[in-house]
Design a protein. Structure first.
Length: 132
């Protein structure tokens, strides 16, 4: 397997702040609304999840958006899709090593948002009153 240096060849160093760098797209997919929630859901579950389990867990995501999100995360190496030979066919998803690395900071962020939600809502209310 090629090392990162071999794979990247003579590409410039990744810079998520540069609109020309593909790291920005990856960052967007991982931290976007559905990508982050899927990664955290798979991490918290601790074992592979079927599509329908993920859809129920990530409330509000459509089948189409979940399918697109899983495909993008699979393409980027954060999720692996496993098809089991059974009738009916059984497909499940789980985090890869990269997905597990990403899940830690995303889970931490989720925890901060949940713990600080009261203060966040107060700030929003104060802002809305001041700018009404």
């Amino acid at each position: 397997m090629a090392s990162n240096d071999d794979t990247l060849g003579s590409l410039p160093d990744p810079n998520v702040f540069s609109r020309m760098c593909s790291s920005r797209d990856v960052f967007h997919h991982v931290t976007g609304r559905w990508g982050a929630l899927v990664i955290v859901a798979l991490s918290e579950n601790g074992e592979p999840m079927r599509f329908s389990e993920l859809r129920r867990h990530v409330d509000g995501v459509s089948d189409r958006m979940l399918s697109q999100t899983l495909a993008q995360l699979e393409r980027e190496g954060a999720v692996v899709r496993t098809v089991h030979s059974s009738i009916p066919p059984h497909v499940d998803y789980q985090l890869t090593e990269l997905g597990n690395k990403l899940s830690g900071p995303l889970s931490d962020l989720k925890g901060i948002v949940e713990r600080e939600l009261g203060g966040i809502l107060q700030s929003q209310e104060a802002y809305d009153k001041a700018h009404a």
